[in-house]
Design a protein around this ligand. Structure first.
Ligand code: PAF
Length: 292
């Protein structure tokens, strides 16, 4: 068995898919469930909450840690993305020694052909992150589909911070008839309400503190949206960032929650959501809030 145990005989760590698939075959019994939490590592409490939920709801839980090159449109972002495998393993061990970790190499996933498949997500891919990060969702679709083929999970857990990603994964599963339930989980926030993200690691403590402006602005925008017009809401958010030299607003969008298409009028029977992307120096942070 090609599994390394880092001194803990109970925690299984696989670096190659062949050994992982063989191991999963040995533990899978009729009707048993596998929960799956795909991550890019640099684990924070939000990731651990997804794992906790998977551990509770499934017989076995697989976590993947793989910084997927095909979903990065910016080489500097890929280069600087935190890689903290030893720390991550410690955090997972602190949670449960039942977690099965898959931490593959790029070769193990892409087999010498590190390119994305091209997907049609019925237009979900053309909004927000898709607009500002060309090719991003083809990369996400490619890796998530590949990981699903390897792990063959019953349930897969995704955070709602990446709400567009969550909708896109659901769409991919539906269109490809993949036998997996996609479960969206609430955003985990730091004490100052900054949405937890692996990218927060790259902020200075001052930037991290001041980044509370993102969620503060979203909650105020929600109030404005429910009493005033869409234009006034957008204007408020743009003004909040205009005079703040530390932050650079990339987009603020109010969209229909199911189609992700930006709205120009409100309808009573629809669910709406606000989405924001902000740069702090070169570090890009996103957040979202339901407006209903
Ligand atoms: O959300 C992430 O961390 C990544 O996009 C994912 C789903 C692990 C795919 O690389």
């Amino acid at each position: 068995m090609f599994a390394l145990n880092f001194n803990n005989p109970a925690m299984h760590i696989f670096y190659g898919k062949v050994a992982l698939i063989a191991y999963l075959k040995t533990i899978k019994i009729a009707n048993s469930t596998i929960g799956f939490v795909p991550t890019m590592g640099a684990l924070h409490k939000g990731h651990l909450a997804l794992m906790q939920r998977s551990l509770k709801e499934n017989d076995d839980t697989v976590v993947s840690i793989f910084v997927n090159p095909t979903q990065f449109n910016n080489p500097e972002d890929l280069d600087k993305y935190p890689r903290t495998l030893d720390e991550d393993v410690k955090k997972m061990r602190g949670l449960s020694d039942k977690i099965i970790l898959y931490a593959p190499s790029t070769e193990d996933i892409y087999e010498g052909n590190t390119v994305s498949q091209s997907f049609n997500f019925d237009g979900l891919e053309n909004q927000m992150e898709g607009k500002f990060r060309p090719g991003h969702f083809n990369g996400v679709g490619t890796i998530v589909k590949r990981l699903f083929e390897i792990v063959n999970p019953t349930n897969a857990y995704f955070g709602e911070k990446d709400f567009q990603q969550l909708q896109i994964v659901k769409k991919m599963v539906e269109k490809n008839h993949l036998p997996v339930n996609i479960i969206g989980c609430p955003i985990f926030r730091e004490e100052n309400q900054l949405a937890m993200s692996s990218r927060n690691e790259r902020l200075t403590s001052e930037e991290r503190k001041e980044a509370s402006i993102i969620y503060e602005t979203l909650t105020e925008a929600k109030e404005i949206f429910n009493t005033k017009s869409i234009e006034e809401t957008i204007q408020f958010v743009e003004n909040s960032f205009k005079d703040n030299p530390r932050f650079d607003l990339e987009y603020f969008v109010i969209a229909d929650e199911s189609t992700l298409i930006p709205i120009d009028y409100k309808s009573k029977d629809k669910n709406y959501r606000a989405f924001i992307a902000v740069f702090v120096n070169s570090i890009r942070l996103i957040d979202t809030i339901s407006l209903n």
